[in-house]
Design a protein around this ligand. Structure first.
Ligand code: C2E
Ligand code: MG
Ligand code: MG
Length: 590
């Protein structure tokens, strides 16, 4: 039969249309015609396609939707269908959008269905969506998704009254591992941590990564508060096991801040509070968990303030050094000075080191700060040696914090400070707290040996507050012990304390170490200490920390400085006679 004009038109528009199309009988919902593009798309022959039922194309879980769609087609109420999924002959699932137009075809009420295959677009959207809500490195939910989950959990908890907890986690030693072993190792560690965190949670709970070494956990349906403590302990234990990364056993430690939902608390608030509590956990000595309390906010605000202000103080030169003299007994001569840093805050006034050194350590600012202290102290000591007669043996002690000792740059910094000032290495004492020696013995030994090789002296500060014994100390190239003030405090009324001091002084002597008693405040303490014989003392009784001008006057007064272990000279004998009071003005000159 020859093709009519309308047949040709139909052929041109339908059969040859590159857009997949078919015709559907609106009454029976059987296919009346299908074009080549649709056959290509679905993989059927024309005969097979025309024998299909509408349900054969649809994926099973869309059966209910198909019912609605049919009604919409019958009533002609909807012309565009999104979110539809079709199955091809081979079983592949296609995301399609359908556009419908009513036609009267072969004497039937029918619709032309134009199919748009949007599978790639939907897949891409899905991926983008996933990326937008997940952390690329670990696959855990990110902050956005986590916040959303907390929001939902809060809403549920309002209905059923069950409590939830938000945990904020930060690895304590990540930076050291990342810097030490390299970024790929750091990444591997983060993935391991993520996996272990997820393993410790129940099905309904969520672990997320916020970036860096920060993770968060949402615990829902809590029945008793002890559950959270158990989770924290399980997490710490799971991480402590350690993992081999590039052949090195790494044992991640984590500080955890915990907060519970109170009525009306938002996801944002919970996260902030957990973060604040985590900071407190770190301040409390890391590797522990801390439950949020409102008072913590102030402390954290202070820390943040300190961090930004301190950075500026370093740039603007708002740091000062005071010097507290160290006296030799029984001669009572000044043998050295300890440099003690002060911060002259433009608004808050004078700030003591105990209020900012910890923040400086946490933020890494201690490295430039420590470098400045070293440079300044060495230069000042050298000036005194040169300008004050008899002071050429004066030594200067500089406090070195644990974080500084972790960084090999300390060796360069000390070398540079000595070179710039011309100070002889043996005149520089580096004070190191006892606790770092015990924390990582191997690393500490190595670094201290490097420093000691420069010729500088090493002192153990705050001795007696840590866990070390004198025999352990022998492993380190230590020259001086500074006995902590807490021991000195009781020596005038507690025989145990004075015995201890006697023993440490004697043992120090036998090990060839100088012993300094710190924080001597009262005449009574002074009397006990002076009876002990060969010791060094430092404390308010003898002199408070002084600024450069006051210290210069004091040194000039003393005029002569004896070598630490030197024999008493005639001048020395003379000064012995001088009452201690003559040194007292120094106290008032503060
Ligand atoms: P430290 O090294 O044990 O220094 C001795 C501290 O005791 C000083 O406090 C000093 O002023 C104080 N002191 C001295 N004699 C007496 C006394 O008779 N009675 C009392 N009550 N206190 C006395 P300061 O200057 O506040 O320093 C505190 C700590 O801050 C130092 O303890 C040291 O660990 C640290 N620090 C000070 N300057 C620096 C620094 O430049 N770098 C680092 N990393 N730490 C520093
Ligand atoms: Mg010290
Ligand atoms: Mg001390």
């Amino acid at each position: 039969m020859p093709l009519t004009e309308s047949d040709r038109t139909f052929h041109a528009f339908f059969e040859c249309n590159p857009q997949p199309m078919f015709l559907l009988d609106v009454r029976t919902f059987r296919y009346l015609a299908v074009n080549n593009a649709a056959l290509d798309l679905y993989g059927y022959s024309r005969r097979e396609f025309l024998a299909l039922r509408q349900t054969d194309l649809r994926v099973e879980d869309q059966a209910a939707q198909l019912q609605d769609d049919r009604l919409a087609i019958i009533h002609g109420t909807k012309k565009h269908f999104q979110d539809t999924r079709h199955r091809t002959k081979s079983g592949a699932i296609l995301d399609v959008e359908l556009d419908l137009a009513s036609v009267f075809f072969a004497n039937r009420d029918s619709v032309v269905v134009v199919v748009s295959d949007v599978t790639d677009r939907v897949k891409l959207q899905g991926e983008l969506q996933y990326q937008a809500f997940h952390d690329g490195l670990t696959g855990l939910p990110n902050r956005a998704l986590f916040t959303d989950r907390v929001d939902h959990a809060l809403a549920r908890s309002l209905r059923d009254g069950r409590r939830l907890a938000v945990l904020f986690l930060d690895l304590d030693n990540f930076k050291a591992i990342n810097d030490g072993l390299g970024h790929p190792a750091g990444d591997e560690l983060l993935r391991t941590v993520a996996r272990r965190l997820a393993q410790q949670l129940r099905a309904g709970d969520t672990a997320a990564r916020f970036g860096g070494d920060e993770f968060a956990i949402l615990l829902e349906n809590l029945t008793e508060p002890s559950q959270v403590a158990h989770v924290c302990e399980r997490i710490a234990a799971a991480l402590r096991v350690g993992c081999h990364i590039q052949g090195t056993l790494v044992c991640p430690q984590v500080s955890i801040g915990v907060t519970y939902n109170a009525d009306g608390s938002s996801a944002e608030e919970l996260l902030r509070n957990a973060d604040v509590a985590m900071y407190q956990a770190k301040a409390n000595g890391k590797s522990c968990f801390q439950v949020y309390e409102p008072a913590m906010h102030q402390r954290v605000a202070w820390r943040l303030q300190v961090e930004s202000d301190l950075r500026r103080a370093l740039e603007k030169g708002n740091l000062r050094l005071l010097y507290q003299p160290v006296f030799a007994l029984p001669s009572r001569r000044i043998v050295g000075v300890e440099a003690l840093v002060r911060w002259l805050h433009p608004v808050r006034g004078l700030i003591l080191p105990l209020d900012f050194i910890v923040v400086a350590e946490d933020t890494g600012l201690i490295i430039p700060l420590g470098r400045w202290v070293l440079t300044e102290a060495c230069a000042q000591a050298r000036r005194w040696q040169q300008e004050i007669a008899g002071a050429d043996d004066l030594n200067v002690a500089v406090n070195i914090s644990p974080r500084q000792l972790e960084d090999p740059v300390i060796v360069d910094d000390v070398t540079a400070a000595l070179a710039a000032s011309g100070l002889r290495p043996e005149k520089l004492v580096l004070e190191i707290t006892e606790s770092i020696l015990m924390r990582d013995v191997a690393a500490a030994t190595m670094r201290l040996t490097d420093l000691s090789d420069l010729g500088v002296k090493l002192a153990v500060d705050d001795f007696g507050t840590g866990q070390s014994s004198l025999s352990q100390l022998r492993r380190f190239p230590v020259d001086i012990l500074k006995i902590d003030k807490s021991f000195v405090d009781n020596i005038d009324h507690d025989p145990l304390a004075s015995n201890l001091l006697t023993v440490v002084a004697a043992l120090g002597e036998s090990l060839g170490l100088d012993v300094v008693a710190e924080g001597v405040e009262s005449e009574a303490q002074g009397r006990v200490i002076e009876r002990l014989g060969k010791l060094f003392v430092q404390g308010y009784l003898y002199s408070r920390p002084l600024d450069v001008a006051a210290m210069t006057v004091l040194l000039a007064e003393h005029s002569l400085v004896q070598p630490r272990r030197g024999n008493s000279s005639p001048v020395d004998q003379q000064s012995l006679q001088r009452p201690l009071e003559s040194r007292r003005p120094a106290r008032d000159r503060r």
